[in-house]
Design a protein around this ligand. Structure first.
Ligand code: CA
Length: 647
């Protein structure tokens, strides 16, 4: 195995076999259909054609020809749109059946690939589809396709619940009663502008023949370049899921949202993947003793530092951007991928779409050590500042400082009685530029500011767990509501891009369970009734988002943004203040007070007039501001003041 690692890591292998063409997979041409597979270690490859995506024998078997660089080729003199296929690849005398790793369509459960005429999958108007204009701030809202529309309270048509199609419904209401907006109508009102879709590539943990029998988040890739089938109205129709996902994206764009795709290139569902069956050993990291590297704790790690693996990942990202009009990419366990690849992706997207136009960010960590080639720079926290400033990372510094570590359920942060968090909160406000003990960033463009995502406890559950001895997840406990508001006020006034778990703003609960990746949909679904029961909390988030977009000091993504923070203070334990230069807007300066303590704090910033933009009661103060020179900040609340530019 040491030998195999050495061969696949070698410059010689790369020189001999690196294929730079972008025509791998099945392509329709004027004359027919061409198939190309990169399989340099194969002795023979056969192409097998089927009428069905999941049953029956092949109607034709064709030997493939070996071309330069280890590419295998076959041509059929017919346009085969809708024909299913797989390969038989023989390496060292062992024949393996595999779907096409480069497939862009597949049959039920993705075990066979499908030849597809992509233009035939375009919904009407797709060529004109365009992302809405960028706003002053990027506010990312994370949803799972099935969770989003599954609950009856959402008022979606029965057939569309849990499907891509639900995103084509712009005006749903609570239980369909025609009054209280849910779904996209609710989100338009809320003010978020990016919808992040949890995995929509084809994954393996849900049986597409019986999608209602189980639930999964889908961090288990099978076909990287094909949409997941269980969200389609007919997973057996290889073209339909493509069209339906495009329809969803088109609708999201029309409703004013950009779309981010959650991508999981760090590992595959099985070690026995199409990549492994096609070129055994090449796409995965191994330790010198031959054992599989498992930094993902999902059984395997992709070897992103090898040139054809890097090209595979980069081309996959470009494909989703080009073919599906994705506006950004969130990389699962980015810390397992390498910096060179992330920068290659950044550069390629910038060249095609303009600098920074497509968002690129990820989790700057891994779940364990990984066996990458010596000298590989991994895209984890340690190397963040040396990467392109438009490669971003989830900031666990702010997440844990505000509400306590995700590692320990009882651990507390600034808003829920945790002690000694003041300096971390101040560092969070400056998006950890120039950095602190927990996190370093070169610019706020590298920082995803967030309190909760699909992993770990929801914000609400963390607050209940740490503040309510009775652990009443469904009660409206004033102490919990107050802490949630303060947490939101802090997050929404920290520099960096803003991100929230769908439903965080309505006190989403999973009844104290964390990492609910395969728990029932009944626990994971978005409960739109709860969204309206906690409308006061939703409104508090809504006001903060609208205010945020008016505050250039906080939206500034440049490396010098931290210089806008003119003064910071810690008047007493669990209370911090910030004076911020907000030049170029309606308010030339901001004064922020986060008072998590149990005592009121009276302030008189400079003896001049200030306007109350938001306080613990309302985040809409900025609409008709009250003016004064001194203010009392109630216990457990935030105060956001602005000094009018004319004053
Ligand atoms: Ca699937």
């Amino acid at each position: 195995m040491e030998n195999q690692n050495a061969i696949f890591n070698s410059a010689g292998f790369r020189r001999k076999f690196h294929y730079a063409g972008n025509d791998l997979g099945a392509r329709l041409t004027e004359e027919g259909t061409e198939f190309r597979l990169w399989a340099p270690t194969a002795e023979t490859v056969q192409l097998r054609l089927y009428a069905s995506g999941h049953e029956g024998e092949p109607w034709q078997i064709l030997p493939m020809t070996r071309l330069d660089k280890g590419v295998w080729f076959a041509r059929v003199d017919q346009p085969l749109h809708g024909t299913y296929y797989d390969y038989q690849v023989t390496v060292e005398g062992v024949a393996q059946t595999t779907a096409d790793p480069y497939a862009r369509a597949c049959g039920l459960n993705g075990t066979r690939s499908m030849v597809v005429d992509l233009r035939a999958t375009d919904p009407a108007g797709w060529q004109e589809d365009k992302a809405p204009a960028r706003q002053a701030e990027d506010i990312i809202y994370e949803v799972h396709v099935r969770e989003f529309s599954w609950d009856k309270s959402g008022g979606f048509p029965a057939a569309y619940r849990g499907k891509y199609k639900a995103f084509t419904c712009p005006d749903t209401t609570l239980y369909g009663q025609g009054e209280k907006p849910t779904g996209l109508a609710y989100l338009r009102r809320l003010g978020v502008n990016y919808i992040q879709l949890m995995p929509v590539f084809d994954y393996g943990s849900v049986d597409e023949a019986a999608p209602d029998d189980s639930f999964n988040w889908g961090y288990d890739p099978v076909n990287y370049n094909v949409p997941e089938g269980s969200y389609s109205l007919d997973p057996a129709d290889g073209a339909l899921r493509i069209r339906e996902l495009k329809e969803a994206i088109q609708s999201l764009h029309r409703q004013g949202f950009r779309v981010i795709m959650d991508v999981v290139y760090n590992h595959t569902y099985h070690r026995d993947s199409w990549l492994e069956r096609t070129v055994p050993g090449y796409y995965y990291r191994h330790w010198p003793d031959g054992s599989w590297s498992d930094g993902s704790q999902c059984g395997n790690d992709l070897a992103s530092e090898r040139s054809m693996c890097a090209a595979y990942i980069r081309d996959s990202v470009l494909y989703w951007a080009e073919e599906y009009h994705m506006d950004g990419f969130r990389f699962d366990l980015m810390g397992l991928l390498d910096c060179d690849l992330m920068e290659q992706i950044r550069k390629a997207l910038d060249q095609r779409y303009g600098r920074g136009e497509k968002l690129v960010f990820g989790e700057p960590w891994s779940a364990g050590p990984t066996a990458c080639k010596r000298g590989t720079r991994l895209a984890g926290k340690k190397n963040l500042t040396s990467m392109d400033p438009e490669v971003g990372a989830f900031c666990d510094g702010v997440r844990d400082a505000v509400k306590g570590s995700v590692q320990h359920r009882e651990s507390k942060g600034f808003v829920n009685s945790g002690a000694g968090k003041e300096n971390q909160i101040l560092a969070s406000a400056a998006a950890w530029c120039p950095g602190g003990r927990r996190f370093h960033a070169a610019a706020p463009s590298q920082v995803i500011t967030y309190l909760s995502c699909h992993d770990d406890l929801t914000l609400w559950d963390k607050l209940v767990m740490t503040l309510d001895p009775l652990k009443q997840y469904d009660a409206r406990t004033p102490r919990v509501l107050r802490a949630n508001r303060l947490a939101a006020a802090i997050a929404m006034t920290c520099q960096g891009r803003l991100f929230l778990l769908g439903g965080e703003e309505f006190g989403r609960t999973k009844q104290g369970r964390s990492d609910t990746h395969n728990d029932p949909i009944q626990l994971n679904r978005l409960d739109w009734q709860r969204a309206w029961e906690n409308q006061d909390l939703v409104d508090y988030y809504r006001g903060l988002m609208a205010l945020r977009k008016q505050l250039p000091a906080l939206c500034d993504k440049s490396p010098r943004a931290a210089e806008r923070i003119l003064q910071t203070g810690i008047p007493f334990a669990r209370c911090v203040t910030l004076l911020v230069d907000n030049a170029g807007s309606r308010w030339r300066q901001l004064y922020l007070v986060y008072n998590a303590s149990g005592r009121a704090h009276t302030i008189d910033p400079d003896g001049e007039d200030w306007e109350v933009l938001a306080d613990g009661e309302s985040s809409f103060g900025w609409q008709n501001p009250r003016k004064d020179k001194s203010f009392t900040v109630q216990p457990g609340t935030a105060l956001i003041l602005g000094k009018a530019s004319g004053d």
